[in-house]
Design a protein around this ligand. Sequence first.
Ligand code: NAD
Length: 352
Amino acid sequence: MRSFTYSQLPGRVVFGVGAVEELPREIERLGAKRALVLSTPEQRAQAEDIARRLGSRAAGIFARAVMHVPIETAREARAEAKRIGADCAVTIGGGSTTGLGKAIALESELPILAIPTTYARSEMTPIFGITEGGTKKTGRDPRVLPKTVIYDPTLTLGLPVGLSVTSGMNAVAHAAEGLYAQDANPIMSLLAEEGIGALARGLPRVVKSPQDLEARSDCLYGAWLCGAVLGVVGMALHHKLCHVLGGTWNLPHAETHTIVLPHAIAYNAPGAPEAMRRIARALEAPSAAHGLYDLERALGAPLALKDIGMPGGELDRAAELACAAPYWNPRPIERAGVRKLLDDAYSGRRPA
Ligand code: NAD
C-alpha cells in the first residue's frame, strides 16, 4: 500500500428522513441561545419554519443570501449578526446560503449549524468564497467548517430535477478527482466510491420520481460523502478546466462540471487506472468515462458546452489558459490532448 497522510475534519452529522426534528436538541448541544437563521429570499418560508422550530433560541432571520457571496451581502449579514448578538448561524439552503454563514464565521468565529437542501457539499468543507470587485476569492479556514450538519432528505423534495442532476454530477466530480488526487488516501477513496455509487443509483430514480424519498436519501447521502472528499483532498485537471471556463466565460458552475467531467476523466484514464476501476465499479459500467457520459445522457443532463454559452471560437484560448499554471494531475498536461478534450466537451460527443 502507498504511504499516506490523513487529517480528519471535525464535525457532527445528523442524517435521516425527519432529521430536522432534531434541531432543538442539536442547537442546545452547541450551547447556542441566539441563532441567526440564514437563507436566500426564495427560501424565506423554510427559514421561518426553522426559526419556529428554534423557538426562543432564534434571534433573527437574514433571508438575503445570493450566489457567490458578494462582500456587500457578507458585510450586511455580519452587521446583522452583531446587532442581534447572535451566538450561532443556522443556514438552511444550498451552497450560497452555507457560503454566507461561512463569511460570518470567518470574521466572528460564530459556530455554524448547516441544514443543506441541495447537493452542493459546501457544508462538509473548510473552503470559503467571497466575491469582491467581480472576483471570487477562495480560501481554507477551519473556523468556517460547520460544527453540525443536519441532512434531512425531506427538505430536498422541492429541489428541481434539473438542478438535482447537475448539482449531483458536480458532487460526483469531486469524488472522481478525489480518487486520483495527489494527496489521495484510502479512507477518502472509500467515501468517494460509495458517494459516486449512491448518486448513480439515486439520480435516475429522482429524475423518474422527484418525490421518491428513498432516492432523495441516496442522493443526499452521496452528496455528503463527495463533499467530505472535497474537504480533505486536492483536485486536478477537471477542476482547473471548470475554473477557467466558469471564470473566463461565466458559464454556469454545476452545468460546466457536468459537461466536462466525462472528458476530463477520459483524458486522465491512462494516468490513474485504479481510480478508473473504482469509478467504473461504482457506476456499474465497463469504463469510467463512458459510464459517466452514459449516466448523464440517461439523466437528461446538458452534454455540450456549446449549449450553455461557450463561444466556439475560444477553445484555443481555453486550452491555453487550462495549461498555464496547471494543478497537479495524474497525467501530464499536454496542450493537444486538452484541446481535443475541450472539442469533445464543446460538441457533446461521447469521449473516445
Ligand atoms: P444555491 O445555494 O445558489 O441555490 C440555488 C437556488 O435553489 C436558490 O434560489 C435556492 O434558494 C434554491 N434552493 C435550494 N434548495 C432548494 C430546494 N430544496 N428546493 C427548492 N429550491 C431550492 O445553489 P447550490 O448549487 O447549492 O450552491 C452553489 C454555490 O455553492 C456556488 O457559489 C458554489 O461555488 C458554492 N459551493 C461551495 C463549496 C465550498 O466548499 N465552499 C462547495 C460546493 C459549492
